[in-house]
Ligand binder design. Structure first.
Ligand SMILES: NC(=O)c1ccc[n+]([C@@H]2O[C@H](COP(=O)([O-])OP(=O)(O)OC[C@H]3O[C@@H](n4cnc5c(N)ncnc54)[C@H](O)[C@@H]3O)[C@@H](O)[C@H]2O)c1
Length: 278
């Protein structure tokens, strides 16, 4: 049995790797190899660190070759935020990269295999625009970026981040049937604003996020451990009937706060005047 965490060098990925290490063979992968090696050394035992940039197909293939035929849990926390990269790069990593990983893992799915892809509560802020969904539902299409740029400005980071995460919510729905036919499960997990290097950088750059944290029912940011605890459950047999859906771990932010309070502040800059449909 091999468990894999991609994005394991920091934040939620590192916490999840520590949490599930007792299960047996573990691969901790990250774009930041040095960071992954540090986590592997800290955990010790049957843990291998690997370099993997999820926007690079060759590196994903090398990772999957190392996994072998006994894939148990595949956890993808790797991602970049609006403060860390331009819009196109965010889409290449958070949406196209995650789809590449899912497709590369698909031949390895067997009874009991489970994937959990980290999305975000911000994915729920994307309006329901069917034309947009049609494009993000096929992120590896050769004309993906061209088609998307006809609908919204792909150079603006924050909406691309939200969109990439909404795309992940939809991705697990799309793949659930083929994974289920082989006895596997696939889910997404949407954290709220969390106390990690990425989350803290976002709060520093967007003071409204601090207000959202204060106003949410739990009144505090999430911790990497909050996420790792749910990851442990979702990847365990106790969650055997869960697949194809998103699991919100956001301190109540998305469903309890009146999200229209943030309207006008967080909005996709639609180019063609496309209206949300409900
Ligand atoms: N922190 C938050 O507030 C928050 C909220 C919602 C969702 N998320 C999502 O949670 C996930 C984990 O974030 P975190 O808060 O632990 O951040 P983090 O910055 O601590 O960790 C992210 C990790 O992803 C790795 N990474 C970045 N690009 C990569 C690539 N192309 N290939 C492989 N690895 C790559 C980084 O090296 C880093 O180790 C991300 O997908 C993020 O979008 C975070």
């Amino acid at each position: 049995m091999t468990n894999v965490v991609i994005g394991a060098a920091s934040g939620m990925g590192a916490a999840t790797a520590r949490k599930i290490a007792h299960r047996g063979r573990l691969i901790v992968a990250d774009y930041n190899l040095e960071g992954a090696e540090k986590i592997a050394a800290e955990i010790g035992g049957d843990v291998k660190a690997m370099a993997c940039d999820i926007s690079n197909q060759t590196q994903i293939d090398a990772l999957m070759a190392e996994v072998g035929d006994n894939l148990e849990a595949l956890i993808v926390t790797a991602g970049v935020s609006g403060s860390q990269a331009p819009g196109r790069r965010i889409l290449e990593v958070n949406l196209m990269g995650v789809e590449r990983v899912v497709r590369a893992a698909e031949p390895k799915v067997r009874p009991g295999t489970v994937a959990v892809l980290v999305a975000s509560q911000s994915g729920y802020m994307v309006p329901n625009v069917p034309e947009l969904f049609e494009v993000i539902d096929n992120p590896l299409a050769p004309d993906f970026m061209d088609r998307l740029s006809q609908i919204l400005d792909v150079d603006v980071s924050s909406p691309c981040y939200q969109l990439s995460k909404r795309g992940v919510h939809r991705m697990v729905r799309r793949h659930a049937k083929s994974w289920g036919l082989k006895g596997g499960r696939i889910l997404s997990l949407s954290p709220g604003i969390s106390d990690t290097p990425m989350g803290n950088e976002e709060i520093d750059n967007n003071p409204i996020m601090l207000k959202m944290v204060e106003a949410c029912p739990m009144g505090r940011p999430g911790t990497p451990e909050d996420i790792a605890n749910v990851m442990e459950f979702l990847t365990s047999p106790a969650a055997a009937y869960m697949t194809g859906s998103d699991v919100l771990v956001d301190g109540g932010m998305s469903n309890v706060l009146p999200m229209n309070a943030w309207e006008g502040k967080i909005r996709l800059p639609m180019k063609a005047g496309l209206a949300p449909r409900f």
